[in-house]
Design a protein around this ligand. Structure first.
Ligand code: HEM
Length: 135
């Protein structure tokens, strides 16, 4: 059971690395694409698409492995883990909602810069809450 937990925690933290890297790379690519010529957009577009897919997959892995970790070590008792864990869960809901909203970003008027900034702030706040809850 301990080995399963450890492997899941490694996957959880591995997914966090991918999510964090995507969070840093996306705004850089977005900045290059803003106002770029069609051939630059054609070159960077697929990279941006791949990165945002990676970001969504890593978020999915974080949520699934997180639920499994909670189940294995804490019997699914989220309420017993204190206020930092509650805050973490609230922020996770926020980032999932934002990620789903991102799928429709072209249809809703939202600044990509603000969107990225908010996403990054949420991710950092989740890590702070996780470390305060478990560290
Ligand atoms: C964006 C989403 C998430 C991020 C960035 C994240 C981040 C982290 C980090 C950094 C740790 C290590 C904390 C430490 O050991 O000091 C951790 C552990 C953990 N997370 Fe998450 N997490 C996320 C989602 C979730 C979800 C959705 C759940 C549960 C429903 C969850 C449950 C847990 C549990 C149970 C641990 C392990 C506690 C232990 O070592 O005993 N996480 N998470």
């Amino acid at each position: 059971m301990d080995l399963t937990f450890n492997i899941l925690l490694m996957l959880h933290l591995g997914a966090l690395v991918v999510a964090g890297a995507t969070n840093v790379a996306m705004p850089l690519i977005g900045r290059q694409m803003a106002g770029a010529t069609p051939d630059v957009i054609a070159r960077l577009g697929p990279i941006a698409g791949r990165l945002s897919l990676n970001g969504r997959i890593s978020l999915g892995v974080l949520v699934l492995t997180g639920i499994a970790l909670l189940w294995l070590r804490y019997d699914g008792n989220a309420g017993g883990l204190g206020p930092w864990f509650t805050a973490k869960m609230a922020l996770v809901i926020g980032i999932v909602v934002l990620s789903v909203a991102g799928l429709f970003a072209r249809r809703i008027p939202v600044s990509p810069k603000l969107f990225g900034l908010f996403n990054r702030a949420l991710l950092v706040a989740i890590v702070v809450c996780a470390v305060m809850a478990f560290g």
